[in-house]
Design a binder for this molecule. Structure first.
Ligand code: FAD
Length: 473
């Protein structure tokens, strides 16, 4: 599988230098546009797309380095914490980076593990080592967006800062220049641009230029010890971090599970999903690569189409939402009809009221909900269908929509491997305040927000099977 993909890359071009790189993926965030003559290297700072291969941002960094005959550097800047991420997430990141570090060595690329936020540590690092350009990936959350902005002002004079959207197939700024209302308003915009953007990747080649700046050895234990995160939430067993782990998951999806994706993806008892979201989230593998491989699958066109709808249209819609709506994680960011209906029903009596701790421990009256919460705690992932039910019940059982949203985001971000992602904010906002959805018939607590209930789940799938498997009592 991996060999075939390597062959595909080589067929696209010998290296990125000969490849016709689509500049629409690139935004220059600084005044300086060219690598200065004195520049002794190009550095890629990754936050979201932590891989070497199939990464437009890193490929662009190599292109700049090759064009200017300078060395290439890969940097990860370790924060002490990020939102509600726990040791579970940092371990996943570190294991993935260990693989990246090895791959960098093979490719004559220096891998730097820096302590601190890139916006704080990179300006001095770049200055000290006379690096001539910084390339960064794109993440539409407010923290990383602000860091990019600050970095553009604090890099040494003459050093360009270049951002490449390496996560979306169609760069978010190319798909649409405004906040899209729903999947139906973005679908044609994204799909219409696929012929231009859904292309093969060229290979990252062994870098021909070496310099004086060598990577320092990394003390992974120390990097972990000094984290300021909740260390009681540990790694999960089923998901092997890194590029190879992600590609293995993709391989089993396209050879085994995909045949059922079209018909059984909403049944939490069926093993029909790709399970790829953790690797997509940390950028260990590329969504574009997954789509290229899924599109090769013959005989299951319904499944292929359904996967493309989720992984392209729905996912890119989430990035659009976070990019253009600064209140992407707040009721303030909801549509007016949703804000009004939630307000109209804010005084409704809730059938049950649970505290954050009761929800976190899965101590509700609802065995199905508790089972979903167990999978979140134990596996770091709730099935896509159950995720909707899970969040909607939090709306029903807490004091206000604001509290519901806060608890849902907290639990999702703390335990879900793929949490702290535009998809997660949108998933919670969709469930609790109708983002990208429409109004439904009015009822208590929910108002016009789409409702889901236990009986409905019972009709859809074998809930007892799910509860027995995941232990919902
Ligand atoms: P598959 O069905 O195999 O889908 C493949 C890919 O398509 C996913 O990996 C994802 O990138 C994308 N995708 C699938 N469904 C959606 C969707 N509804 N919206 C946007 N993109 C989608 N997704 C996250 O990646 N991180 C989160 O933290 C997250 N939190 C969620 C919270 C709630 C309350 C809800 C309702 C949804 C959330 N989702 C989140 C969206 C979706 O449930 C997951 O992407 C999906 O379950 C991931 O599993 P998979 O990779 O096996 O999905």
């Amino acid at each position: 599988f991996l060999k075939q993909i390597e062959e595909d890359r080589k067929k696209a071009a010998k290296s990125v230098l000969e490849f016709k790189f689509n500049k629409k993926r690139v935004r220059i965030l600084s005044k300086s546009k060219e690598v200065p003559e004195w520049g002794k290297g190009v550095i890629y700072w990754t936050f979201r797309d932590q891989r070497i291969h199939d990464n437009w941002a890193f490929l662009f960094a190599q292109k700049l380095a090759l064009k200017n005959d300078v060395p290439l550097h890969f940097a990860f800047c370790r924060l002490p914490k990020f939102l509600d991420a726990t040791l579970r997430h940092f371990k996943f990141i570190f294991e993935g980076l260990k693989e990246t570090e090895k791959e960098c060595k093979k490719l004559n690329i220096q891998f730097h593990f820096l302590i601190g936020c890139g916006k704080d540590v990179l300006p001095d690092f770049v200055k000290k080592h006379k690096l001539g350009a910084v390339v960064i990936d794109f993440m539409p959350l407010r923290g990383p967006m602000a860091w990019a902005d600050e970095l553009s002002k604090s890099l040494p004079d003459g050093v360009p800062l270049v951002q490449v959207d390496a996560h979306n197939i169609v760069p978010v700024w190319e798909t649409s220049e405004k906040l899209e209302y729903a999947a139906r308003t973005i679908r044609n915009k994204v799909n219409g641009k696929l012929p231009e953007f859904l292309t093969q990747y060229p290979p990252v080649i062994k870098h021909p230029h070496s310099g004086d700046l060598k990577a320092s050895p990394i003390d992974w234990e120390e990097a972990e010890k000094t984290l300021e995160v909740d260390k009681s939430v540990g790694p999960v067993k089923w998901a092997k971090p890194g590029y190879r782990g992600g590609m293995q998951q993709l391989y089993t999806f396209v050879t085994k599970r995909i045949k059922n994706y079209g018909t059984a993806r909403n049944d939490p008892n069926k093993n029909a999903l790709s399970m790829l979201s953790p690797w997509f989230h940390f950028g260990h593998i590329s969504v574009q690569r997954a789509i290229l491989e899924v599109k090769k699958v013959k005989g299951y066109s319904e499944s292929v189409a359904a996967f493309c709808e989720e992984a392209i249209v729905r996912r890119e819609l989430s990035d659009n939402f976070c990019f253009y709506n600064k209140n992407y994680d707040s009721i303030k960011g909801a549509y007016d009809w949703a804000k009004k209906t939630l307000k109209d029903h804010s005084g409704d009596k809730r059938p049950y009221l649970y505290t954050k701790a009761e929800l976190e421990q899965g101590h509700t009256h609802d065995d199905l909900w508790n089972a979903a919460q167990n999978t979140l705690i134990n596996d770091g992932k709730i099935h896509g269908f159950m995720r909707m039910y899970w969040a909607k019940k939090i709306l029903e059982w807490t004091e206000s929509p604001e509290q519901a949203l806060q608890y849902a985001i907290y639990l999702n971000d703390k335990y879900s491997l793929d949490g702290r992602d535009p998809n997660g904010f949108v998933g919670c906002m969709w469930s609790i305040c109708g983002i990208h959805d429409q109004g439904w018939s009015e009822r208590a607590v929910f108002g016009k927000i789409r409702y889901m209930n236990y009986e409905g789940c019972k009709r859809k799938f074998d809930i007892n099977g799910y509860i027995i498997k995941h232990g919902g009592k």
